[in-house]
Ligand binder design. Sequence first.
Ligand SMILES: [Zn+2]
Length: 432
Amino acid sequence: MYWDEREETVEQARLQETQMEGLRETLRRAQGSSYYRDLFKDRRLQIDDIRKLADIEMLPLTTKDDLREHWPWGFVAVAREELIRMHSSSGTTGRATVIFHTANDIKAWTHLVARSMYMTGMRRGDVFQNMMTYGLFTGGLGFHYGAEEIGALVIPAGAGNSKRQIQLICDFGTTFIHIIPSYALYLSTVFDEMHVDPRKDTKLKAAFIGAEPHSEKMRRTIEDLYGFKAYNSYGLSEMNGPGVAFECPCQNGLHIWEDQFLVEIIDPLTGKPLADGQEGELVMTTLKREGMPLIRYRTKDLTRIIPGPCDCGRTHRRIERIKGRTDDMMIIKGVNIFPIQIEKRLMEIPGVGTNFLVLLDREGYDDYMNVQVEVKREFFTGDLKQLEKLRRRIVEELKSDILITPRVDLVAPDSLPKTEGKAVRVIDNRKD
Ligand SMILES: [Zn+2]
């Protein structure tokens, strides 16, 4: 059973008792790692000082840099032969971090992914096509094992090779797919080229979209193109990978599995905890992990806890879709801007295609932002000059949101570089 009512609708008070037990166990287990053992000794911290969940604020935050500095074994809390799997972060910035799992860790992770997918309606007999990169990246194997546990037939397609993806969907009656949102938009153009209508000619029921921040508008666009539901999935390798938080059928925030993770939102600048509803950086503590327990890990992802219960009845609190990473934040003329703000605005303007690129440059002491925007194929006459009105509208709309005036260039449909992994949205050419 993957809909475990007792676990998923447990009262918050009871859930917090479970969390306290898990936290105590994590603090005890963490002493098995050289990093936390030394840290507790240096700071003269005693496990017994942590008596209630709020006491966690007494413990220092763990950062990705800490993981890198103590690479690869410094955080491992068990004997080497207890470890059965390693994964690593995608390493988009600097050296990748490595996470090790015991057999129980893999089992618990698999269960979380199965629980998440079951929540959206996946059942035994479904056909699940995983279009994520297999290997060190967790989006491949993480989803794979979760779907197998439910009893779905898994097609481990991996990333890329769009025509083959579509062929597999058609030949084997794929019902669920796991796909990066920007790739889902691109793949729909390949469906067009192959004269296959995903709405009519396939058995697709739903998609899991994750791995890159995306707007609600982008989700709705994907749902319209394919005629299915697209559920937002959130995870990071440091917290296993996928299955950390997932949307339920209400599609209003992602339930974050609080029986496995202790969740905090902090002010990214001061490190101070924020109340439910306030936006800040997500910080997480593993509650059951054996191989590599992490305490107060800074995810660098920006979100907020959505206050109040969910209509589905689950009591695990919800986080809002990820707004961006603290790393992605661009600072231009003193204004903080996230790529997703630009995406959100662009997708609301008729005539704008699915791809864009932000270039940041510096002239003298002045920073400026240049946004290259693909024109939608139906609007493209071959002459971009005729679209001056559209270009001006984009400048105005972006300006009203991000508060600085960007330079905007329209470009031909499909002319910006395509990626089969996470889309590259920003190129920063500014030299310090
Ligand atoms: Zn719900």
